[in-house]
Design a protein around this ligand. Structure first.
Ligand code: 5GP
Ligand code: ZN
Length: 147
């Protein structure tokens, strides 16, 4: 918990929010500045800025809350789809340094984009893709992610 973090204050009930779900490790509430009706934020109760810093139990609970909430969120606003995303680190646009999953309901003709459109850097060549894959394989701990 952080005294200065707005999401920690929401968890403690010191800042009001439209909560939609809570369990021992995760909380979900509506975004105050929604990109679409039903735009929901799902957060771990632990104050952690980035996904890679989450305890595994919190990562599991976070995804489990997401899994549970996607359908109710979509049904509540009669949206047939949603975009799910995390801004992970300030360079990606993360403004609140407490992990949060955005669930943004989507519908045909909403003029939104796709996640693959968030950057406009050059596209790597095939051999560069292969090199990157090798690097990631090497860096990923084999006992955590066996290949
Ligand atoms: P980020 O860019 O960090 O991924 O997005 C932060 C999100 O949190 C934004 O969509 C913003 O509207 C939302 N937000 C910021 N402050 C508050 C708040 O006090 N209450 C709620 N419900 N949402 C907030
Ligand atoms: Zn926090």
């Amino acid at each position: 918990m952080s005294d200065r973090c707005v999401f920690c204050r929401i968890i403690r009930g010191e800042t009001s929010s439209y909560k939609v779900y809570e369990d021992g490790r995760a909380l979900a509430f509506l975004d105050i500045n929604p990109s679409a009706p039903g735009h929901t934020l799902i957060i771990p109760k632990a104050h952690v800025a980035r996904v890679e810093d989450l305890q595994e139990e919190d990562a599991i609970s976070l995804f489990s809350a997401l899994h549970r909430l996607v359908e109710p969120i979509q049904r509540a606003v009669e949206a047939p789809a949603c975009t799910i995303g995390i801004n992970n680190g300030p360079e990606s646009g993360q403004e609140i340094p407490h992990v949060h999953v955005h669930v943004i309901p989507r519908s045909r003709g909403d003029h939104g984009g796709i996640i693959q459109g968030v950057t406009r850097t050059g596209r790597p060549q095939r051999h560069e893709i292969a090199e990157t894959a090798a690097k990631i394989r090497e860096l990923a701990s084999p006992d955590v992610r066996p290949l």
